[in-house]
Design a protein around this ligand. Sequence first.
Ligand code: PMP
Length: 427
Amino acid sequence: MNHTQSHDLFTRALELIPGGVNSPVRAFKSVGGEPFFAQRAEGAYLQDVDGNRYIDYVGSWGPMIAGHAHPKVLAAVEKTMRDGLSFGVPNALEVTMAEAITAIVPSCEMVRMVNSGTEATLSAIRVARGATGRNRIVKFEGCYHGHGDSFLVKAGSGVMTLGLPNSPGVPSALADLTMTIAYNDFDAATNLFDEIGGEIAGLIIEPIVGNANCILPRDGYLQHLRELCTKHGALLIFDEVMTGFRVALGGAQQRYGITPDLSTFGKIIGGGMPVGAYGGRRDLMAQVAPSGPIYQAGTLSGNPVAMAAGLATLELIQAPGFHDALERTTNVLCDGLEQAAREAGIAFHTTRAPGMFGLYFREGPVETFEDAKASDTARFNRFFHAMLERGVYLAPSAFEAGFVSSAHGEAEIARTIEAARESFATL
Ligand code: PMP
């Protein structure tokens, strides 16, 4: 594959943009090599500026659940943008979006739109702190909730990939208020709450951890956390920026039958435009300004074009059988990859939820952050590049979940498995 144009762009970018990228994990730091620059995307495919085409399993890190450049999403954006890009006064699409989210996710009785997942999570913990009058929050090792100060403590995603789980610039006075425990460890949670439960404002969790590869909750684990929070008067916050509208229409909370107090969203509800949202119990959300004293605001929040893209995407994923088909595609892909690895005699394991998956170069099961970290990352990196050369783009890190969309059809999955068969043989 020729990468001349991408290389030239990256050289220019490195001079002016930290690491040449506007978000760290795009930089291929852990897998090595240089990122390619996108020219366009359609359906399951990304095309780079040198004309190379890839089957894309990143999907812009989650939003593109209906495939890239879906005609219905583009049509909604085109129609809406002709009336203006931003108004700074309320618009009808914001109301429609609030109605859509609260109808799909019953735990969200009220919702506030923001511009990213980061804004959603940092607003949600502000509500948790403001409403409870407590300062401590609990998070899980390997979970990523955006780059807000309180969350860059033993975080996942890019910070983990780069080996920087705690960031300079975060005052220890703030970081010290973030308690971290091991995901899927029942006793760790019980013990922490027994010790300081009365000081905990909220517990925030990725119900399925998609930022330390892909780790599923053990049976009863999320229910256990629900009960602990209720018992100790702490708020349970589901960060569904990744899982929301993906692992089921109503997200992980629907899939596992848990009612959180607050939830955060992003990615899919923007359909590829910059969007986040947080919502939850009416008595909590009513405390947000201007109906209450907890302050949170945004010049571009509820942007009409972003609402239009998100609403069009939400309409597409409400088609009958949408998530069942996504689950089938995910299973065929993961089963095929495991079979190809077995044939090649490679220790390999997958985890999956509808529309998202984890790849591990180790035997299963993988149920904890420690299990996930024990994957052979050097091997993953070689596999990543072997797949890329064969026109398959996986997340450029051993610690990021992969995504499939409704545009990934039988042909794309078959080609991916064939590429994996060849790639495993080179390891
Ligand atoms: N929470 C989760 C679970 C995420 O996966 C992400 C981003 N991948 C975020 C929060 C932050 O979202 P954003 O990058 O839009 O700020």
